[in-house]
Design a protein around this ligand. Structure first.
Ligand SMILES: *Cc1c(COP(=O)(O)O)cnc(C)c1O
Length: 460
């Protein structure tokens, strides 16, 4: 495959997977209430639900697990992790959390100092949005228009819309903005990167208005690699240098380590230099996540993470990672399937609004296509559209997403190009039979983060 990067590793351990029959898939999906989240993983052949904690660890990480120090307080594993994170970020204060949302529940309430405050992000990730709302604030998304033009190449579709950001700050009042969150890469926009130039503009606006700057950096290494590939002036910088330049812009770093930490569980909080804020978070973390030197993780988890953070900055790893996604995207485009183009960092986002225009947004077009793909090939994707967005907290109406995406999320170091080829074949078959796909209606809906547990039936 001359146009794609070569894999920088080989397989040392295998995990068998198998494809149940089509009749069984139809039955299992019905039992799951037509919600792929509710399927058993044994009933899935290729699992593209998420890249979160689903990747393969290296033999160095497995070896590091054996070195875990399980002391409740001050474990050696914590100091090993702290050293690595300080080295990468340049930040002074580090706390582990059990995963990204653990970090969010500790930090976000500390920034909400009064009622009616707002967070502004390029696009808030779903759990981030939930923690903003639980803390009594509101989440405003502020992404560039190019993000919604799925067919046109634009190198940084994850960027903030800076003029709009300034408008929002002026309208709401700077004193009412609890924080500006740089979500890198921009997960909900298609794993799309944010340019360094854009992050610099955003942080200048934030500084001028004395608003704290957070990085929601689950995929900061992938974002840094895209900057190296696509942004002028960065070709000769290392990914590590680009990452450091990114961290220099912000005050607080929150991370789901289940992504670019290359571990199955873990999260991080890093605070640049504000000692008082760190102390507040230290108080908050104890009842929520655990003592500040373990934050919900076993000692061994911290050792594996210390190694994984370094491996994720390896540029031969990143080249192959990004090209796996590009490969799947190229096959789908050749088969006529509309996707967010160019592909981003961790997934191919399929534009289901264009595939099933006969299904209205509140019958969840991308969920319907996801179900069809499971029945076709035992593949489990995830909906990133109106189902995920939920209801307006004030009016309780279903919010209409700008894009009805189905995300084919690629776990790290897990599937081969053959697996991805199979996925493309199955989805092209679904695409060619798209007229038969039907919308969905709820038979159960939970009030918060409904997509995880909702149940449906097809509308005949
Ligand atoms: C995954 C993710 C989170 C939440 O992290 P969890 O580890 O799933 O709790 C937050 N923000 C972004 C951008 C993410 O991708």
């Amino acid at each position: 495959m001359p146009n794609y990067a070569r894999p920088p590793y080989r397989i040392k351990m295998v995990e068998p997977i198998s494809l149940i029959t089509k009749e069984e898939r139809i039955e299992r999906l019905k039992e799951a209430g037509y919600n792929p989240f509710r399927l058993k993983s044994e009933d899935v052949y290729i699992d593209l639900l998420t890249d979160s904690g689903t990747g393969a660890m290296s033999h160095f990480q497995w070896a590091a697990l054996m070195q875990g120090d399980e002391a409740y307080a001050g474990s050696r594993s914590f100091y090993r992790l702290e050293k690595v994170v300080k080295n990468i970020t340049g930040y002074k204060y580090i706390m582990p959390a059990h995963q990204g949302r653990g970090a969010e529940q500790v930090v976000i309430p500390e920034l909400v100092k009064k009622p009616n405050m707002y967070f502004i992000s390029n696009i808030h990730f779903d759990t981030t949005r939930a923690h903003v709302e639980i803390a009594g604030a509101r989440a405003i998304d502020c992404v560039v228009e190019e993000c919604f033009d799925t067919e046109t190449y634009y190198p940084f579709k994850g960027n903030f819309d800076v003029p709009k950001l300034i408008e929002i700050i002026n309208e709401k009042g700077a004193e009412n903005i609890a924080g500006i969150i740089l979500t890198i890469t921009n997960n909900s926009a298609g794993g799309q990167p944010v340019s360094m130039e854009n992050m610099k503009e955003v942080t200048m606006v934030a500084r001028a208005n004395r608003i704290p700057i957070l990085i929601d950096g689950a995929r900061y290494a992938e974002n840094s690699y895209f900057i190296k590939l696509r942004e002028d002036g960065y070709q000769n910088k290392s990914v590590r240098e680009i990452a450091r330049e990114t961290f220099d812009l912000a005050d607080i770093f929150l991370m789901s380590a289940k992504k670019d930490g290359l571990v199955n569980i873990g999260g991080l909080i890093a605070i640049k230099d504000d000692e008082d804020f760190f102390k507040q978070c230290q108080i908050n973390i104890v009842p929520k996540e655990g003592f500040p030197t373990y934050g919900g993780l076993a000692g061994r988890d911290m050792d594996a993470l210390a190694v994984g953070l370094e491996e994720a900055l390896d540029e031969s790893y990143l080249a192959y990672r990004i090209d796996e996604i590009r490969y799947l995207g190229d096959l789908l485009r050749a088969g006529g399937v509309p996707i967010q183009y160019p592909t981003g960092g961790h997934a191919v986002f399929v534009d289901c609004g264009k595939i099933v225009p006969h299904i209205p947004y509140d019958q969840f077009p991308a969920q319907a296509v996801s179900n069809a793909l499971y029945i076709e090939g035992g593949i489990r994707p995830v909906e990133i559209g109106s189902l995920l967005l939920g209801r307006d907290p004030d009016t309780k109406e279903n919010i209409k997403a700008d894009k009805e995406f189905m995300r084919l999320t690629i776990p790290r170091r897990t599937y081969t190009f053959e697996h991805l080829h199979y996925v493309a074949e199955c989805l092209i078959n679904v695409y060619n039979n798209r007229d038969k796909i039907k919308g969905l209606k709820f038979t159960y809906e939970s009030p918060i983060l409904r997509h995880f547990t909702a149940e449906f039936e097809p509308i005949e």
